[in-house]
Structures are given as C-alpha cells and as structure tokens.
Design a binder for this molecule. Structure first.
Ligand code: UD1
Length: 417
C-alpha cells in the first residue's frame, strides 16, 4: 500500500498553478449528457473522482476522450439510463446524473448513494424537488427508478442550501418546459461555473451565485466548449501548507474572492497575504497564532472542505482556536490522526477546541477521508521528523499530483513504495 513520506520543517517557496475544481467538473461532466453532440472541457483535473465519472459516461454509451487536461464527451451515442451500484458506490456525487438523465432521456435508474465517510448524507432534497417537478421516483431495496411523468417547471424551495440538490435541479429543469425557480439555492462558485457551461450550451439559466436560480427549460441545447474554474479548496490546501511550514508561495488560476473566509483566517493567524487577479501570495513565518472561532457555513461562509486543513495548520501553532462544524455530522475523523502527531484537540459534538502545541511531531497516520488526508499532509509538512501518510486513495479523489506539486514548492515528500 503506497504512502507519502514527508520530512517536515522545510519552508515552502515558489509558484503553483492550481488545477481545475473537482466540485465544478463533476456536475459539468454530467451536464454533457444534455446534448447529443461533443462537448469539450479544458482544465479538467486528473483525479480518481473524475476517472470514475468518465467511466459512468462511457458505460452510459458516451464517447469520452482525454488528452492532457482536455476532455471531450460525446453524448450523441447515449444508449443507457442506468448506472450500476458498483459505480454509484465509488462516488456519492454521482447522484448528479439523476437530473441530467431525466432531462435527456426522461428516465434514470440509479442505486442509492448511501452514507459516506462524512456521516449520513441524505438525498431527500434532491428527490422531493424532482418529484415536485413531476418525476415519479420509486425507491426499492436501495435502487432508485425515476421516470418523467409530465415534468414541468415549478417553484421549488430548498430548506437547506444543498450544493448537490441545486445542481441536480438545474440539470433536470433544463429538460422541463416552463420556468423552474429554486428558492434557497446554494451560492457556491461551482454552481456559477455550472450555470456558465449551461448558458454556453444555450440554456436559459440565471441567478447562480445568489439564493434564487431560475431555469427556463425545454429549449434546444447545443454542444459547448468550456474551461473549468480553478479549485479553491486545492488552493486553500497549499496556502495552509505554506502557512504551517513557513515560507512564501503564490498560487495562480484561482479567484481570490472565492476564498475570502479562508484568507481572513490565515491573515488573523499571522500570515501576510496579497491577492491579484487569479493569484494569491502568502508569506508566513510560523508559528501561527490562535484565531477567532471558525464556524463552517454554506458559501460565502467558511467552507467545510477547509475545516480539517486549517485545523491541521493551527494545531502546530500557538494559542487556541474553536472550530464548529455546521455542515456534516461526522467530519472530525482526522482529529485522532492529528493527535498521534501530538495535537491537543478536544471534540464535543460539533465543536472542536484546538490548543496549539507549538510544533507537531512526526507519526504514521492514515487518511480518513479526502480533506482529512490533505490535512495530515499539511500537518506533516510542518511537523518535526518524518511523517508517513497512508490510505492515499482518499487524497487522489481530489488532488492532482499533490506530492509533485509540493516538491515544486521545495517540500521533501516522496511517494513510496
Ligand atoms: C458538496 C461538495 C462537498 C462539500 C459540500 C458542502 C461536491 C461534489 N461536493 O457536497 O465537497 O463539502 O457540498 O459544501 O460538490 N442535505 C440533506 N438532504 C439532501 C442534500 C443535502 O439533508 O438531500 C444536507 C447534507 O447532509 C449536509 C448539507 O445538506 O448536511 C449540505 O450538503 P450538500 O450541500 O448537499 O453537499 P454535497 O452537494 O453533497
């Protein structure tokens, strides 16, 4: 089983171009199903979640090609509406195919994505919204069988601003005649990227980035070419790594305005930051200071996906910081691993009190989930000694060439064996 070996304590220096956003490319790949023709996507990251999504598209009958970071998807040959359980299990976000398949074929058969490493992740909001639009959805022994029974645009109200539900509805609504309005929509930048792609295909979608998204469905769509936005969470990961290990780095290809909540925390912790168009420079002479409570919240609040990563950076700093996880009910699984590295973190329900210990020490640790794994790498880069991080399959879901990129910045990290 491969693992990263990290010699901690090397400051990071240099410039890094950030790859395309995982959370943007997955719904955009599903959106390719909406047109019977070839869509071309640039800045498509090489991640295991992307490979799994491309496998699903192939299985559905699409022609898929990849050359470097450009992926083409031709859904002109789409021939199936069912996704087998094996592929659904690989990636929870494959539930996004529901909306796209309903819009294009009027039918979809998927298995229930079930729970995941972040605790229970229901899809009730996705299902009730699609039912309101006129889909008939039968749930039997973990299988979902969906049919378009006269779907039409309607006003929908989300009780939680769910990212996945907002995207699923946007895709389904493209195939529903009439106006669909999503009230209480999630406002994440990745939803704006999906809207941009849909507009490029000729869809009438507006309002993404605000809490009301409107879709006038049933219009003829055409193939489009699109550049996927930069990954704000990957950018935040490298910035937290430099914050913890010290040094000065620049990340490019990401909009600083999408990271306002994270950058404010890093600044409060003692880092110096400069933002330009699509670029962020961070300088840190660790140790970091404790900061005001970090409460995860829907965008534009502090992203839950950055909680573990910032926690890892602050655990080896000085002073105390309270974290409150408001989005997922089981997102502190990295804490036990950080404790192996000497971290002092007390968890009580949704809260985690981090008391900086000055410096973490090396240990053999296991990734528990995607961002938890990245957090351990951040911790290892700053820690004293040689840290081993295993279970890298979690990390590969969302980071392209993490070790290579960190080496470019001067880190001593090796992939073994
Ligand atoms: C997306 C991101 C994930 C990020 C999360 C929150 C992708 C591929 N993944 O996940 O990286 O951590 O947003 O920013 O984009 N909920 C329900 N019922 C539903 C749907 C959601 O109760 O039908 C709840 C969830 O349990 C969670 C909250 O709503 O507590 C937010 O989840 P949601 O925004 O849907 O997250 P995902 O789209 O799954």
């Amino acid at each position: 089983m491969s693992y990263y070996e990290i010699q901690g304590g090397r400051p990071l220096e240099g410039t890094l171009a950030i790859h395309g956003a995982k959370n943007s490319v997955l719904p955009i790949l599903a959106a390719c199903l909406l047109v019977p023709g070839q869509c071309i996507l640039h800045n498509c990251p090489d991640l295991s979640d992307v490979s799994a999504t491309l496998d699903i598209l192939r299985l559905l009958g699409c022609r898929v090609d990849r050359s470097g970071d450009t992926v083409s998807v031709d859904a002109g040959t789409l021939s199936r509406s069912g996704i087998p359980e094996r592929l659904m299990r690989e990636m929870r976000s494959s539930v996004i195919f529901l909306g796209a398949l309903l819009a294009r074929l009027g039918a979809a058969e998927l298995s229930y994505p079930g729970g995941c490493e972040l605790g229970s992740r229901p899809i009730d909001l996705h299902l009730s919204a699609l039912r309101t639009l006129g889909a008939e959805i039968k749930e039997e022994q973990g299988a979902l069988c969906c049919r378009d029974e006269g779907m039409r645009g309607r006003e929908l109200c989300l009780s939680i601003p769910s990212v996945g539900a907002t995207e699923n509805i946007m895709l389904a609504a493209c195939g529903c005649p009439g106006l669909t309005t999503i009230v209480g929509a999630a406002r994440e930048p990745e939803i704006v990227d999906l809207q941009n792609f849909l507009q490029e295909m000729g869809a009438a979608v507006t309002g993404a980035g605000t809490s009301t998204v409107a879709i006038r469905g049933g219009l003829p769509l055409h193939p489009a070419e699109h550049r996927v936005m930069g990954d704000r969470i990957a950018a935040a990961t490298y910035l937290c790594a430099a914050a913890a290990a010290g040094g000065e780095i620049e990340v490019t290809g990401v909009e600083p305005g999408y990271l306002t909540a994270v950058l404010a925390c890093l600044e409060e912790a003692g880092c110096t930051l400069h933002a330009g168009p699509e670029t962020i420079v961070l300088a840190s002479s660790a140790p970091l200071k404790g900061i005001s409570p970090v409460r995860t919240a829907p965008y534009p609040g502090f992203p839950t996906d950055c909680q573990a990563i910032l926690m890892a950076a602050l655990a080896g700093g000085e002073g105390a910081t309270l974290f409150v996880e408001n989005i997922f009910d089981s997102r502190y699984r990295h804490v036990d691993e950080l404790r192996r590295m000497g971290a002092d973190i007390q968890v009580a329900g949704q809260a985690a009190m981090v008391s900086g210990v000055g410096r973490l020490h090396a240990a053999a640790v296991r990734s528990t989930d995607l961002r938890g794994g990245a957090a351990l790498v951040v911790a290892g880069l700053a820690a004293e000694g040689v840290t081993r991080v295993s279970e890298l399959r979690h990390i590969r879901r969302g980071y392209q060439a993490l070790d290579e990129n960190l080496r470019t910045l001067g880190a001593e990290i090796r992939l073994l064996p």
